[in-house]
Design a protein around this ligand. Structure first.
Ligand SMILES: Cc1ncc(COP(=O)(O)O)c(C=O)c1O
Length: 494
């Protein structure tokens, strides 16, 4: 079990709000600084009103109601919640974000947010380094879907016609993106029993239809599977195409492999990952563009994806100007080269402060992510030894899919049972012991992954899914991981 440093505890609110006092103190300094900053401008101007409004009865009442309503939310922060990719933002994220929400800069143009634009460029440089790109261009986006869309938009306009290939287990947004970009030539490549793109199928298709872009997954949404990027790069040498990696989920896992100077560490046991995954993470550096989401494994709250291009020329093809903005020309105007217009400078600030404290290498995000990976690994091992549950596959990252063993080999019988398990361990239950999600595998894929099953009605196969992205699961000798397995094993189906 790896040693956990103090900073992992200090930089998060904690499942029971352990660090709220620290956050209160730091927030107070944010607000004090903000008042001073406001007061420092145009000191000789007439003041519009002198009174400090300390009471606002309507707001107090509405806030009270609002806070009650806020408590009806799902406890995403708790280690008992591992249903979806939701994770406690770090304390620096909250402080970075709030500091700039108070003045509300807009990073679409330099003049809208000079400080936060500079921060965004510094954060982008860090992410380029994290991905192993020696140069390039990139910026933050509102999320992974928008980052993916911008990458494909730029690729389409840069290279012209050709087919777009992506895996059948890719994120749902890819088909939507193709539709919006009016790319009719797209083809889904089948996945193998490890949910990785079947490269025989890919090559077969590449021979038939000239490719414009191949999109590889580094952390598919359902199972966290990692495609064989090294071999796809070898296919690129042969067939020529733009290789985009959708590493919205897994991109930050590369920080596990990096020393404090962002140099690659040799493969070793401490890294927790399989050798195969290490090799694919290493190979990101040879891709043409990549999506990485700070708001997934990058410890940032929602509203922060990122797109990175190795070749800066791809940004020129999507250049956009306007007569009423982008007036400062010797500074970056991110909006000139992005799909989105207005974007919050506050998110760039959140990333900036977070990566000052927890940089995207082994000493920062890497240390947090290793805990998530080891929680997933422990869970996998415990399920391997279980008499009542079985792993669907051995995870590449930290998303585990598993199912309850059934006497029958018929998928419909199995599904009936799994629906009951899901109803107990999910938000369907008013008082769940643990909150998990489902991975519903299409029947064709089920045939490949579980060939021993019979499936008369061609049903999709239901498994349970746990996203172990929170590091709390690994603490205290995997207390919560063990509790989850205990609860699963003790569950009686009525
Ligand atoms: C692999 C992958 N790509 C893209 C996305 C889309 O990201 P977002 O929801 O931030 O738009 C997700 C979201 O889960 C994802 O897992």
């Amino acid at each position: 079990m790896m040693k956990t440093s103090e900073k992992i505890y200090k930089n998060f609110i904690g499942p029971n709000g352990e660090n709220i006092d620290q956050l209160k103190k730091l927030l107070e300094s944010v607000l004090d600084n903000h008042r001073q900053w406001r007061k420092s401008y145009y000191k000789k101007d007439r003041r519009l009103y002198d009174q400090q409004n300390t009471s606002n009865k309507l707001l107090e009442k509405e806030l009270n109601n609002f806070l009650k309503r806020s408590n009806q939310n799902i406890p995403y922060f708790h280690p008992r919640y591992s249903a979806q990719m939701l994770k406690d933002p770090s304390i620096p994220t909250i402080l970075g974000c709030i500091t700039f929400m108070l003045s509300n800069p807009n990073n679409h143009a330099y003049e809208g947010g000079p400080v936060t634009t500079e921060m965004e460029m510094e954060v982008t440089d860090l992410m380029l380094k994290m991905c192993g790109y020696k140069s390039g261009w990139g910026h933050l986006t509102s999320g992974g879907s928008l980052a993916n869309m911008e990458a494909l938009w730029a690729a389409r306009d840069f290279y012209g016609n050709g087919t777009v290939y992506f895996s059948e287990v890719s994120h749902y947004s890819w088909k939507r993106i193709c539709k919006i970009l009016q790319i009719k030539n797209f083809k889904e490549i089948i996945a193998d029993e490890n949910f990785r793109m079947d490269l025989n199928h890919l090559e077969h298709q590449l021979k038939k239809n000239k490719a414009m872009c191949v999109i590889a997954n580094l952390g598919s949404t359902g199972t966290g599977s990692v495609d064989d990027i090294k071999s796809i790069i070898a296919l690129r040498e042969k067939y020529g195409f733009h290789l985009h990696i959708d590493a919205a989920y897994g991109g930050f896992v590369r920080s596990v492999l990096l020393d404090d100077d962002y140099k690659l560490l040799p493969f070793n046991e401490e890294i927790i990952l399989k050798r195969f995954v290490y090799d694919q993470l290493k190979a990101i550096k040879d891709s043409d563009s990549v999506t990485v989401d700070p708001h997934k494994h990058g410890l940032i709250s929602y509203g922060a994806g990122a797109v990175l291009f190795k070749n800066k020329r791809l940004r020129e093809i999507i250049l956009n100007t306007a007569p009423y903005t982008y007036h400062i020309q010797d500074k970056p105007n991110i909006g000139m080269f992005s799909l989105e217009g207005s974007r919050p400078g506050a998110m760039a600030a959140a990333c900036y402060l977070t990566y000052k404290v927890l940089p995207p290498n082994q000493s920062g995000t890497g240390e947090v992510i290793k805990l998530a990976l080891s929680a997933s690994k422990k869970f996998y091992e415990l399920i391997e030894n279980s008499n009542s549950f079985r792993n669907l596959n051995e995870p590449d990252l930290d998303i585990n899919c598993f199912y309850r063993i059934h006497d029958s080999s018929e998928v419909s019988n199995h599904n009936k049972q799994m629906i009951k398990v899901y109803e107990h361990f999910s938000i369907e239950n008013d008082n769940p012991e643990f909150i998990l999600s489902k991975f519903v595998m299409p029947s064709n894929l089920t045939k490949r992954v579980l060939p021993e099953l019979k499936n008369k009605k061609k049903e999709n196969f239901i498994s349970l899914r746990s996203v172990f992205m929170k590091h709390w699961g690994a603490l205290e000798n995997f207390y919560y991981v063990r509790k989850l397995v205990e609860a699963l094993e003790n569950f009686q189906i009525s």
